[in-house]
Design a protein around this ligand. Structure first.
Ligand SMILES: [Zn+2]
Ligand SMILES: [Zn+2]
Length: 555
């Protein structure tokens, strides 16, 4: 019997966390990257702007990479493109809207002109490296998402991308279950990789178009108020429904936030957002417009500190002051980790006198991800031989794996993978097949990669503060010059801390003199003595472990 080539899938991110989705499909030594996303930092990552997958392994194998295929334009799927493309310059494939978003990001990184954008239409098939890749329409909270079917030597690998089953989507473009069923009944689906975000939620996600009615209701009950709606800038279907509600109630629309302006421009250019030119008014010109005739669509629904909505809440917006009578609608759901920031923004707006409407008080948001009913439907139509849940925190993946078994996938064919896992499909079946790095790569402004050590230091500084001790030593004479200097920040409040400081100073002086007496004159030895003395005493007196920095000055 002829042996078919093995096919491997490596997961660089997105499994066991929400964000930085990135997988690699490999056959015969050739690689195709599937999505290239970022993760947003959490409270344990102070000062970090973005978290990337570790592309080290891909960079090493740059010559083997044939392309990057994109399921859709969300940041957790395209946000890291610039960081990969600068080292692995390969063509990127996606729908025109996805590529439009990607192009904006790559322009900011000066990589757009050197990147090959391969626009793909619904249902199209492209040969990319060793694979025949089919782009199947799915509905999601951004226009023109794809599921991807890789026709491989080991059969079809279907990756759902982020999806929901919305029978009445705003643009009429439904998840193409018919095509998935057709593949299942002809070639068969060897392996299904499916979105697990809402795997813990029973039932079905509501239709996006159901939001329109509540928006119209809000607009009609606040005829005299200025209305500000915040949502994801890429959620063009939401923007469409807000714009429709605004136009119907006789309002003009101003866009606020750089990504909102850019994404709306891309969507209008592609005919995905249908709003008449005259409905828009530039944000610079809203001053002269009656509040009841104005609607502002803004970024910042996740409480991002520098986004338009946060600036409004803090009274720092260049363009408008939120005041009594304004209505602010957060047409969104906080991504895990952002709840606190979102609550703070809502409170800030309420303090300014605005009426704040959010998903907890009105039907102003629907998820873009399939719930259990839809996930079961996908499983029953795709009838995969093997199943790996993707896109979710660990418990989402686990719940989804159980769902697959309940839907008839053999338990031995279901693998719960995490970041860094590699799986292989061969004539023998499916199995784990080694690991790749799944390290977090932290991006901090222009500084680029800050290591895990830097973050550890930042956490210690944030939680315990710092004590700096400066000792000056006359090396030739083997004597301490003057008194040791103790400076602390974020440690103990100034009054009351003199006692400890005095005690530390005396103890350091004594210890260094003893050390010098014993002939320990080199900087490193003295530094060690000081560090040990300060550390022990501070911990004894305060039960705390601040960062201890020792500076030895030689004269
Ligand atoms: Zn998404
Ligand atoms: Zn996603």
């Amino acid at each position: 019997m002829r042996v078919a080539e093995r096919v491997q899938v490596s997961f660089l991110g997105g499994l066991g966390e929400i964000g930085r989705n990135c997988a690699v499909v490999e056959q015969g030594g050739r690689l195709v990257v599937l999505d290239c996303g970022v993760m947003f930092p959490n409270a344990e990552m102070p000062g970090v702007d973005l978290v990337l997958p570790d592309f080290g392994w891909l960079v090493e194998r740059a010559a083997d990479v044939d392309g990057i295929v994109l399921t859709h334009g969300h940041e957790d799927h395209v946000g890291a493109l610039a960081y990969l493309l600068r080292d692995v310059p390969v063509p990127i494939y996606g729908s025109p809207f996805t590529l439009g978003i990607a192009r904006n990001r790559l322009e900011e990184a000066n990589l757009a002109s050197s990147t090959q954008f391969m626009s793909v239409a619904d249902g199209e098939r492209r040969t990319i490296g060793p694979f025949d890749v089919e782009f199947i329409p799915v509905t999601h909270s951004v226009p023109y998402g794809f599921a991807l079917a890789f026709h491989t030597a080991q059969g079809v690998i279907l990756h759902t991308g982020d999806f929901k089953l919305d029978l009445n989507p705003v643009d009429g473009r439904r998840t193409d279950l018919a095509r998935i069923g057709q593949i299942a009944s002809t070639d068969g689906i060897r392996l299904l990789l499916a979105d697990s975000t809402n795997a813990e939620e029973p039932g079905y996600t509501g239709s996006e178009s159901s939001i329109g009615a509540s928006l119209r209701m809000i607009f009609s009950t606040h005829r005299k108020s200025r209305i500000i709606v915040a949502c994801f800038a890429s959620h063009i279907h939401r923007v469409q429904q807000v714009a429709d509600a605004a136009v119907t109630s006789g309002r003009r629309i101003a866009l606020l936030g750089r990504s909102m302006v850019k994404n709306v421009a891309v969507a209008r250019e592609l005919g995905l957002l249908k709003v008449a030119d005259h409905a828009f008014v530039e944000i610079e010109k809203i001053g002269g417009i009656d509040p009841g005739q104005l609607c502002i669509i803004s970024t910042g629904s996740q409480g991002e500190p520098m986004a338009a909505l946060s600036l409004m809440a803090g009274g720092e917006s260049r363009w408008l002051d939120v005041t009594e009578g304004d209505v602010v609608v957060l047409s969104s759901h906080a991504i895990p980790g952002n709840e606190w920031a979102v609550a703070k923004v809502m409170d800030g707006l309420a303090r300014k006198g605005a009426e704040v409407v959010h998903a907890g008080t009105a039907h102003v948001h629907e998820s873009g991800h399939a719930r259990q009913g839809e996930l079961s439907t996908m499983l029953s139509i795709a009838k995969p031989k093997s199943f790996v849940p993707v896109h979710g925190e660990y418990r989402h993946l686990l719940r989804h794996s159980r769902l697959a078994i309940e839907m008839g996938v053999a338990a031995s064919e279901v693998l719960v993978c995490e970041d860094g896992d590699v799986i292989a499909l061969s004539d023998e079946g499916i199995d784990f097949d080694g690991e790749v790095s799944s390290s977090y790569v932290f991006v901090d402004g222009l500084a680029g990669d800050v290591g895990i050590g830097v973050l550890r230091d930042r956490r210690v500084l944030a939680e315990e503060g710092i004590v700096v001790t400066v000792v000056t030593v006359d090396r030739k004479r083997g004597e301490l010059v003057g008194e040791p200097e103790i400076v602390s920040r974020g440690f103990l409040s100034e009054p009351g801390h003199e006692d400890v400081a005095d005690e530390v100073r005396t103890a350091v002086q004594k210890a260094v003199e003893v050390g010098l007496g014993e002939g320990k004159r080199d900087q490193e030895a003295i530094r060690r003595i000081v560090r040990r003395t300060v550390g022990r005493l501070v911990n004894e007196r305060t039960r705390r472990r601040p960062m201890i920095v020792v500076v030895v000055v030689e004269v």
